[in-house]
Design a protein around this ligand. Structure first.
Ligand code: NAD
Length: 434
């Protein structure tokens, strides 16, 4: 099939490369020339395992190409996916101005039937707005359909998530649109939920809100565990083995971040409020998450006594492993809070350091964890990168001024840390001092 995707970011580029892998002919459109020029040479603008290989492969097969022109995309394809950003406004509401601009441009370029598919995460009823905008922007009466096809990929494993999803959701209002989208996804051989557009839009927000709720739930249990001397890791194991609950998203830590959970939660609360529903449950999820970040700073203070004048080493900046994405990363808030309290910060991250230099000032960036450890009063783990799990802990300790480790991701066994001579503070488990 001939498909174009407007917006070649984390979602659009993965979608484009994976559709090409599925055998479709794909054109990715982006108006950011700084991204587009390297993409045309097979160089991807962010860190995502396996993606560059796929992009290069299909530039070669000729099934994937790039263009700055929406007009070209619409001319060459029967299906046009919209995958532009939908960032948060200060009110929490999603900013849909990019979606609107793109919808208009698509309409201006249309001459015959097209299926326009929302891939971006959008509030319920956006499909209706897209339809209205296209209808009013068409130069003459042309048949078209709008559909919703929310994306559930996770950064860091986006290619795998796209090619082997748990399910695909499509929201349609005509048999024709349904048939086209079923054909687009047929090569994936995955369960497909077909529904109306509004329900599909809500499925995405409900899914992300539920996952955020699981994380805040276990973090609340972690807070209780610390107060009473219980172990949240064991609790999560015991709770998560119940198939009705499931093990995933029950890791206590510094809270969720990234470009989606916080934004989508705020948007969903806003949508509900506009519909007259006060979604208190989700407001509490937000509150707990914010509290987690502040709690880490207090935990570091508890570990080193006075923060002022101390040197703290941070291991991990990205909001999760295997990505260089720093959007709403807890590390950024935590580092800024520490700096406000007069702390000198050293930091490292396997992928996100170049990005971090744009956001953070006054931080000494180091090539690896051992360089960070040299002379610090305390080390703090904020992202569960595999290289940190594999650290040579004796060597690490020998480099530090004081062997104090605050583990925001529960990477190590507290008893082992005690035997190695660390003062070890983790999340939702009793603090251990040697
Ligand atoms: N990042 C994720 O993990 C993820 C997962 C699922 C869903 N989503 C949703 O997908 C959407 C896109 O997210 P993203 O992370 O890919 O964003 P992104 O910022 O990485 O990419 C958006 C792209 O759209 C381009 N763009 C903006 N306006 C344009 C225009 N008028 N014409 C052409 N290109 C234009 C930008 O240049 C950018 O490259 C959002 O709604 C997001 O919530 C993201």
């Amino acid at each position: 099939m001939k498909i174009s995707i407007v917006g070649a970011g984390h979602v659009g580029l993965v979608t484009g490369a994976c559709f090409a892998e599925s055998g479709h002919q794909v054109l990715c459109v982006d108006n950011d020339m700084e991204k587009l020029a390297p993409l045309q040479k097979g160089k991807i603008p962010f860190y995502e395992p396996g993606l560059e290989r796929l992009v290069r492969k299909h530039l070669k097969t000729g099934r994937l190409s790039f263009s700055p022109s929406i007009q070209e995309g619409v001319r060459k394809s029967g299906v046009v996916f919209i995958a532009v950003g939908t960032p948060s406004r200060p009110s929490g509401e999603a900013d849909l101005s990019y979606v609107e601009v793109v919808s208009r441009e698509i309409a201006h370029a249309m001459t015959t039937y097209r299926l326009i598919v929302e891939k971006s995460t959008v509030p319920v009823e956006t499909g209706e707005w897209v339809r209205r905008t296209i209808r009013h922007s068409l130069r003459r009466k042309i048949p078209f359909d709008v559909a919703s096809n929310p994306e559930f990929l996770r950064e860091g494993q986006a290619v795998k998530d796209f090619l082997q999803p748990d399910r695909v959701v499509i929201g349609v209002e005509s048999k024709k649109a349904e048939k086209i989208l079923l054909e687009v996804y047929r090569p994936l051989k995955t369960p497909i939920v077909v529904t109306d557009i509004k329900s599909a839009e809500i499925i995405k927000h409900a899914s992300n809100s539920f996952l955020s709720m699981k994380i805040s739930f276990i973090n609340a249990i972690a807070t209780l565990s610390e107060k009473v001397g219980a172990d949240v890791v064991k609790i999560a194991e015991g709770v998560g083995m119940d198939k009705r609950i499931g093990k995933s998203f029950l890791n206590a830590g510094v809270g969720f971040g990234g470009s989606c959970f916080g934004k989508d939660l705020a948007a969903f609360i806003n949508i509900a409020s506009k519909a007259g529903v006060d979604f208190q449950l989700l407001k509490e999820v937000q509150r707990i998450n914010q509290h987690q970040r502040e709690g880490v700073v207090r935990k570091i203070e508890q570990a080193v006594w006075n923060l002022r004048g101390k040197t703290i080493g941070i291991l991990g900046l990205s909001f999760k492993p295997d990505t260089d994405d720093l959007r709403d990363a807890p590390a950024i808030d935590i580092i800024r809070a520490l700096q406000k309290e007069g702390v000198k910060v050293k930091a490292t991250d396997p992928a996100a350091m170049e990005n971090a230099k744009k956001f953070l000032t006054g931080v000494t960036f180091c090539a690896n964890a051992y360089e960070v450890a040299r002379g610090v009063d305390c080390l703090v783990i904020l992202t569960e990168w595999r290289v940190f799990k594999q650290l040579h802990l004796r060597k690490l300790k020998s480099l530090m001024a004081h062997p104090v480790l605050v583990d925001g991701r529960n990477l190590f066994d507290p008893e082992r840390m005690r035997r190695l001579g660390f003062r070890y503070f983790s999340m939702g488990r009793p603090a251990i001092s040697s």
